[in-house]
Design a protein around this ligand. Structure first.
Ligand SMILES: [Zn+2]
Length: 334
């Protein structure tokens, strides 16, 4: 679309800034190793320069690229807390017609709303962007896509999808683990949503579980949308390669913090930086060490810290990279 040129400009600017931070980090490491010639501080390190390198976290701005804030009992309060945790952007994923409507309403009501002046919310980022997706989850495929397409038509005829802050179709896909809807219905409804993403030039958010072959064959048949996101990726190396081969983004959730997720952490270490996203999928999948509590977008910082560690990057670099990747994956560069 015509927002791509502006998007590129923003990306260059931000990319430049995180690269600079990375470079200054490596120069600092050089100094500490005493390899920077002509630097007196390096010749005689002060006690403080011997401390482990730690970049102040308050400069990171995080993105939760997939949550269900519309299912939260108090979305405004939860979003205010996310701002305090320096989460500057969230994408609310719809799972049926009603939740998609709520996601769009929230995106329009809460995006960019400045926090009140009360003390608990004085810190953090100034405002948080909220975006929405519209779709039908495979669990509910038996309900049919009628109400979802009606809603999309309504928005298109009214303000338009983009102005309504709709950036993707989904979450949709196939779930052969739970089989809550007949597989035939799941395939039909998923194929129709791939077609919708292509028709409206929107991103596609995929939920797939134990159904990789059918997922890829439907994508091939309908045509892979130019921006495709594999939300809450839990496949192995082989599936990751298949997703990347078709240009897909891999979005990692709090599962990366689970003790039994060694294989997934291996996938994270190999995932190319330019196709990596982070998400909470809140209120589900609360990361360690907050298990047992309701998940919220604030916890994307925990996911981000874990992924940063696996990639051997400073958290703020990972925050910047995933900010830019979310922009590309959802086509937000406006
Ligand atoms: Zn989800």
């Amino acid at each position: 679309m015509d927002d791509s040129s502006e998007g590129t400009g923003q990306e260059d600017q931000q990319e430049g800034s995180w690269l600079r931070r990375r470079l200054s980090g490596s120069r600092r490491a050089e100094r500490e190793a005493g390899t920077s010639a002509g630097d007196e501080a390096a010749a005689e390190p002060t006690p403080s320069s011997l401390l482990p390198v730690s970049v102040p976290q308050q400069t990171a701005i995080w993105t939760d690229s997939h949550c269900h804030l519309q299912d939260d009992p108090d979305p405004a309060e939860t979003l205010a807390l996310a701002r305090v945790a320096r989460v500057g952007r969230v994408v609310c994923a719809g799972t049926d017609a009603a939740s998609s409507r709520r996601a769009v309403t929230l995106a329009n009501e809460l995006s960019g709303v400045a926090p009140g002046s009360s003390a608990p919310y004085a810190s953090g980022v100034g405002t948080t962007e909220v975006w929405a997706t519209v779709g039908l989850h495979p669990h509910d495929a038996r309900a049919g896509l009628g109400e979802v397409t009606e809603f999309l038509d309504e928005l298109s005829a009214d303000e338009g999808l983009r102005r309504s802050r709709v950036v993707a179709i989904g979450e949709c896909g196939l779930d052969y683990h739970y089989d809550n809807s007949p597989r035939e219905a799941q395939r039909e409804v998923f194929a129709a949503q791939v077609a919708l993403a292509n028709r409206h030039n929107l991103a596609l958010v995929i939920h797939t579980r134990e159904a990789w072959d059918d997922t890829f064959s439907i994508l091939e048949h309908e045509g892979v949308p130019s921006r495709t996101i594999f939300h809450c990726f839990t496949g192995g190396e082989q599936e990751a390669r298949r997703c990347l081969r078709i240009g897909g983004f891999l979005s990692f959730s709090g599962i990366v913090t689970f003790a039994n997720a060694a294989e997934l952490r291996q996938v994270v270490t190999h995932c190319p930086l330019d196709h990596l996203l982070i998400e909470t999928d809140s209120p589900f999948l609360t990361p360690v060490p907050h298990r047992g509590r309701r998940n919220s977008p604030s916890n994307v910082t925990v996911v981000g810290d874990t992924v940063a560690q696996l990639k051997a990057f400073e958290p703020e670099v990972l925050a910047a990279v995933t900010w830019l990747n979310t922009e590309k994956a959802y086509g937000l560069g406006v």
